[in-house]
Design a protein around this ligand. Structure first.
Ligand code: FES
Length: 305
């Protein structure tokens, strides 16, 4: 104990209680912020909600931590006590001694005596798990099979990202790459970002002689134009780099590399399965359209486990 005078003890007790009250305020603020600044369709609300929730939780945890340290440093004895190792269950005398030690610790720390500290600590400990419980609530609802489907369906035109203008097959020259979204995505009122994150596609035109296609996939491309999901099958970064000479698509996050000429199979890196291919064709006006949705889930492979 650094200062045993009654006056200083009282001051230290008030400081400890103030720190625990700070924790209570922090936790209560996190609960308030969760409801007062909910996450909506706007991206800015995610940042604001996360920021305020983080500040509240930080204050809640720091208040308890600093309060406990301050309590130990200013009000508890600092003599070191060592104890010999003994078998797991102590004898009756040892157990009685343990009870004595707990009582001694209680009287030295003033836990039973100092009501202000004790009650403020109870309050801080009771409130600080609340924000975590609320955050767990945000893990739901169960996504069901929404991760297995995207906006693509039969007849949906392929459109440029971000303009949303449909693409004609004649616009796509050999070696060019288009970042593609389904036509109509920009007009969605809800869940636009979620739909884009699942449906984003890369469109590439190759020399048809370079493409190794299985019998099943021969009808999935159009005159050397192929469309593959842009969402990396490792952990979901956008695959955005195309090497024209090697026909490789590269994911910038962990360098997974996919061969566009060979069904986007993985040729390097941690991804464990090829990028899913979107079956495409053209409509009567020459615009590129999807033949169907992807035939397998897009994105990280762990969704399939
Ligand atoms: S997310 Fe693409 S390699 Fe890791």
């Amino acid at each position: 104990m650094t200062d045993k005078s009654v006056k200083h003890e009282k001051a230290a007790a008030r400081q400890v209680a103030a720190l625990f009250f700070t924790s209570i305020v922090g936790s209560a603020f996190a609960v308030y912020a969760y409801f007062a600044f909910p996450i909506t369709e706007e991206l800015g609300t995610v940042r604001l909600n996360t920021l305020l929730l983080g500040l509240g939780i930080t204050l809640g945890l720091l208040g308890i931590g600093i309060g406990a340290v301050h309590w130990a440093k200013t009000l508890m004895p600092d003599a070191e006590v060592s104890e010999e190792r003994h078998i797991a269950r102590g004898s009756e005398e040892v157990r009685a001694r343990a009870v004595e030690i707990i009582k001694l610790a209680d009287s030295e720390s003033g836990f039973s005596r100092r009501k202000l500290i004790r009650r403020s600590l109870y309050g801080a400990l009771a409130l600080f798990p609340l924000p975590a419980i609320m955050i767990f609530g945000d893990l739901g609802p169960n996504p069901g099979d929404t991760l297995r489907h995207t906006m693509w369906k039969k007849g949906t035109r392929l459109a440029k990202d971000p303009s949303g203008l449909p693409i004609k097959a004649s616009d796509v020259t050999i070696g060019s790459v288009f970042h593609v979204i389904p036509e109509g995505l920009s007009e969605l009122e809800h869940h636009k970002l979620e739909e884009k994150a699942k449906a984003a596609v890369l469109l590439v035109r190759l020399d048809p002689a370079d493409i190794k296609e299985s019998e099943e996939r021969k009808s999935w491309s159009y005159d050397g134009i192929v469309a593959y999901s842009k969402i990396c099958t490792h952990v979901g970064c956008p695959v955005a780099l195309y090497e024209q000479h090697t026909h490789h698509l590269l994911c910038p996050c962990h360098q997974s590399t996919f061969d566009v000429t060979d069904a986007c199979k993985v040729v390097f890196g941690p991804a464990s399965r090829p990028l899913p291919q979107l079956p495409i064709t053209v409509d009567a006006e020459g615009y590129l359209i999807a033949q169907s949705d992807f035939t397998e889930p897009v994105g990280p492979s762990f969704w399939e486990r």
